[in-house]
Ligand binder design. Structure first.
Ligand SMILES: Cc1cc2nc3c(=O)[nH]c(=O)nc-3n(C[C@H](O)[C@H](O)[C@H](O)COP(=O)(O)OP(=O)(O)OC[C@H]3O[C@@H](n4cnc5c(N)ncnc54)[C@H](O)[C@@H]3O)c2cc1C
Length: 438
């Protein structure tokens, strides 16, 4: 028989794990696995806050696709369209004209993008926190703002530079805020011109609590810890505008802030709009517990989806509940999906995905954390230690695990690096100036 072509759209948590497993389970006579992603790496997003804080080298929180997926064909490009009735995907390679890739099975895993609102000024002044580029930028930007504040004589410029605003109190927002504040506080040791009290770290959260992934008491504990660190926590408050960097909140307060980080949730990849897959009211691809795409009660043969872009029924809860968008579900769904695709190719029945969400672990800076796993609640150092050991065990490949542990160990002995490499964001500036015709 001819090998089946399995096209994997997106090599994130779902795509990388599914491709890896498929290429190990199926022989080259059974299947060819083609992976398309514009990035040359998978980003282990739970490590972004630590990468931004300088505890881990950013390079070590990503997993190179070509090294990990040696038995797959990796295409550097973006899938711009999927016509499943023809079983063809259109790919825009990172260079050159678009091309069509026919397939027998497709794994739809482009994940999600930041869910924004039409808030005046947000497009111009905000930044998300979902990519390695954003994490690196934020780190350099925060350290750069300390330099600006230390250098200026202007009180308003200084206040604006030292005001850091985060919008959204889920785990991404809380971890980013807490880790960045911890890093900046650490860095202030080298800035005799600045005091920790000069910094203002603001969290704006529209609901009455943070960390909805854990119980209320754990969310309340987190708020208390952040308040103890002098952070300005605004619950039940919305960002109304941030035109020219002037933050206006729904509680009437207004202040200048050079840093506005948007971490208020995600929505499925907009690429799905250019496909013929069935979607639910939240624009997710509708799936069966087997991870097969389903249209009403008709299984869409050869189409599979999982992760942030998919509505996968959560069989551990009442009917009508779906798995949350988390790495925890994504990697487990990927494994189930790969096994199911192999089953179907070999003429066997697919099996339902069922996993009870184990809970969440969040780091609140060095040696600080909050965790609730299988009902067991932990705070402080034990929670932080659990966060590190859990994610270290989860990041794909032995190579990455070793590098991450070495980074942590080095930071323990040598202290973390707190230098801004802001020039990274405009590397040609100096050469362009030097080579300017006079
Ligand atoms: C800061 C942060 C911290 C987090 N911490 C945790 C945590 O502690 N625990 C937890 O369980 N979850 C955590 N998450 C959530 C978790 O990372 C996501 O739920 C998970 O990454 C979803 O996996 P995915 O495969 O669906 O998407 P992703 O991992 O985002 O992968 C999507 C991939 O698709 C690619 N892609 C996108 N569009 C296209 C296209 N058109 N064509 C081809 N490729 C495309 C992207 O480049 C990307 O590689 C965190 C998320 C963030 C942002």
């Amino acid at each position: 028989m001819n090998p089946k072509r399995i096209l994997v759209v997106g090599a994130g948590h779902v795509g990388l794990y599914a491709a890896l497993r498929l290429s190990k389970k199926l022989s080259s006579r059974e299947a060819e696995v083609v992976v398309v992603d514009p990035q040359p790496h998978m980003t282990y997003q739970p490590f972004l806050p630590e990468a931004a804080a300088g505890n881990i080298s950013p390079r070590h929180s990503v997993v190179p696709l070509r090294r990990e997926l040696r038995r797959c064909k990796v295409v550097a490009g973006t899938v711009t369209r999927i016509e499943h009735d023809r079983k063809v995907a259109t790919v825009q390679p990172i260079s050159g004209p678009t091309r069509e890739i026919p397939y027998d099975h497709v794994v739809v895993a482009p994940g999600s993008v930041s869910r924004t609102l039409p808030i005046p000024g947000l497009h111009e002044h905000g930044i998300g926190f979902k990519t390695i580029g954003e994490a690196i930028y934020l780190r350099n930007h925060v350290l750069d703002r300390l330099d600006v504040a230390a250098a200026t004589q202007d009180a308003q410029v200084r206040r604006s530079a030292l005001t850091f605003t985060f919008v959204g109190g889920g785990y991404a927002g809380i971890e980013a805020l807490a880790e960045m504040e911890d890093m900046a506080r650490d860095a202030l040791r080298y800035y005799p011109e600045l005091e920790p009290e000069d910094m203002r770290w603001v969290l704006v959260e529209a609901t009455q609590r943070v960390l909805p992934e854990v119980d209320r008491d754990m969310g309340a504990y987190t708020v208390q810890q952040l308040l103890k660190r002098n952070m300005d926590i605004r619950l039940d408050t919305r960002l109304e505008s941030c035109v020219d960097g002037v933050v206006k909140l729904s509680d009437g307060d207004s202040f200048r802030s050079d840093t506005i980080v948007w971490t208020a949730g995600v929505k499925p990849s907009p690429m799905l709009d250019a496909t013929d897959f069935p979607r639910d009211e939240r624009r997710r691809v509708t799936c069966l517990p087997t991870l097969q795409v389903v249209d009403g009660d008709r299984v869409v043969e050869g189409a599979w989806s999982a992760g942030d872009c998919a509505a996968v029924p959560d069989l551990t809860k009442e009917p009508g509940n779906f798995c949350s968008p988390s790495a925890q579900h994504a990697v487990r769904q990927a494994a189930r999906m790969a096994d199911n695709i192999a089953n179907v190719i070999r003429g066997r029945q697919p099996v339902d995905y069922k996993h009870k969400h184990a809970g969440s672990v969040a780091s609140l800076g060095l040696h600080k954390g909050v965790a609730q796993v299988y009902g067991i609640k932990m705070t402080g150092w034990p929670a932080w230690f659990m966060h590190r050991t859990y994610h270290m065990s989860r990041i794909p490949s032995f190579n990455r695990k070793v590098r991450v542990v070495v980074d942590w160990s080095l930071a323990f002995f040598l202290k973390r690096e707190v230098v801004a490499l802001g020039q990274l964001h405009d590397p040609r500036e100096e050469f362009a100036e030097a080579s300017q015709p006079r």
